[in-house]
Design a protein around this ligand. Structure first.
Ligand code: ADP
Ligand code: MG
Length: 329
């Protein structure tokens, strides 16, 4: 469906996107995860046709869109600040794209009703935008984007302004709506929890390139790089030095090295430690802080290591934890 080939873009001679390539299939929700300023919004604007790449191509169904102006692309956009028209009521907001396409009044009426049902806002037709809560406004923005049956939907940090619980509810709903309508979607966020909840596939944007592309499960199990592991909140990355073919020395003890690469003795490595009862390595940690987290305790130790336990240890106590060790480079 959508395919990006080697998109390059810079601003004021500073490179931003340095050869971004990926594709989105029918019915797939792809999540683009990247730090603030990494070029996510710029990439969406390029796909929408609001901005042009210096080189590279945007294709839809194998057709290059370079000559296709934004309003002919049939792509929908949903932003963080909703972008609703404050002077129009809810009905007219959702009907906007349909009127532009000269859809008949009868069809507009039934489509708006259908969209309001889909986003769980039945009966809101006559309400004013300014009377709605943030969550309700975002539902209307989604209904407005969906109404003209776009070929692709793009979301730019759409839930950024909402509180946590509302965010989670909307995220689950959005996921089911996207799968129901089978519209391919690109969802942009800097929040890894959001990415793991909504995505069929996760793309990590870093230094102008996609450094990881995989299902949430694949990316979680194997982040591949220190940066990806940190970005995904997998946390526990620790430095070590190789002391033999399959051992590395770290500040929490000697750990096993299971790595695709062959490391020379004395070589520095970064290791990802995942807490796991069937891990073959055991580390010793001195408890620095204990935080209560719903059904467990979060224990902080030296080097920013974080582990979880059912029962709270005392601060200063030495604890032993089983871990699986993964080599990141
Ligand atoms: P993100 O959405 O990932 O936070 P953006 O795509 O908004 O990142 O912006 C990435 C960088 O590009 C920022 O440093 C921003 O200042 C710069 N930038 C974006 N648009 C412009 C522009 N029109 N002119 C100059 N610099 C821009
Ligand atoms: Mg942005």
């Amino acid at each position: 469906m959508l395919e990006l080939r080697n998109i390059v873009k810079s601003y004021e001679n500073k490179p931003l996107l340095q050869g971004v390539s990926f594709s989105v299939s029918k019915g797939e929700t792809v999540c683009l995860l990247g730090a603030s300023g990494s070029g996510k919004s710029t990439l969406l604007r390029i796909i929408a046709g609001l901005e042009f790449p210096e080189s590279g191509h945007v294709l839809f169904n194998k057709i290059d869109l370079a000559q296709t102006p934004p309003h002919i692309r049939d792509f929908g956009l949903v932003f963080q600040d909703y972008g609703l028209f404050p002077h129009l009521n809810i009905f007219d907001n959702i009907a906007f794209g349909l009127r532009m396409r000269k859809v008949s009044l009868v069809k507009i009426n039934s489509r708006v009703t259908e969209m309001l049902e889909l986003v769980n806002m039945q009966g809101f037709e006559k309400r004013k935008v300014t009377d709605l809560s943030g969550g309700e406004q975002q539902r209307v923005a989604l209904a407005r984007a969906l109404a003209p049956q776009p070929r692709l939907l793009m979301f730019d940090e759409p839930l950024g302004a909402l509180d946590r619980t509302l965010k989670e509810d909307l995220l689950h709903e959005l996921r089911s709506i996207l799968h129901k309508t089978k519209i391919p979607a690109i969802y942009v966020t800097h929040d890894q929890d959001e990415a793991f909840t909504i995505a069929d596939r996760i793309l990590l944007l870093h230094n102008g390139e996609i450094i990881r592309d995989g299902t949430p499960d694949e990316v979680w199990k194997n982040p591949d790089s220190v940066y990806a592991a940190r970005m995904l909140g997998l946390g526990n990355v620790i430095d070590g030095v190789v002391i033999s073919a399959n051992k590395a020395k770290t500040e929490v003890g000697i750990l096993s090295l299971n790595c695709k690469h062959r490391h020379a003795k004395g070589e520095p490595v970064s290791l990802l430690l995942k807490q796991s009862d069937d891990g073959i390595d055991e580390i010793k940690l001195k408890v620095e802080d204990v935080l209560f987290k719903r059904d467990q305790f979060e224990i902080k130790a030296r080097s920013g290591l974080v582990i979880h336990m059912k029962d709270a240890p005392k601060i200063g106590q030495i604890i032993r934890v089983r871990v699986k060790v993964e080599c990141l480079a």
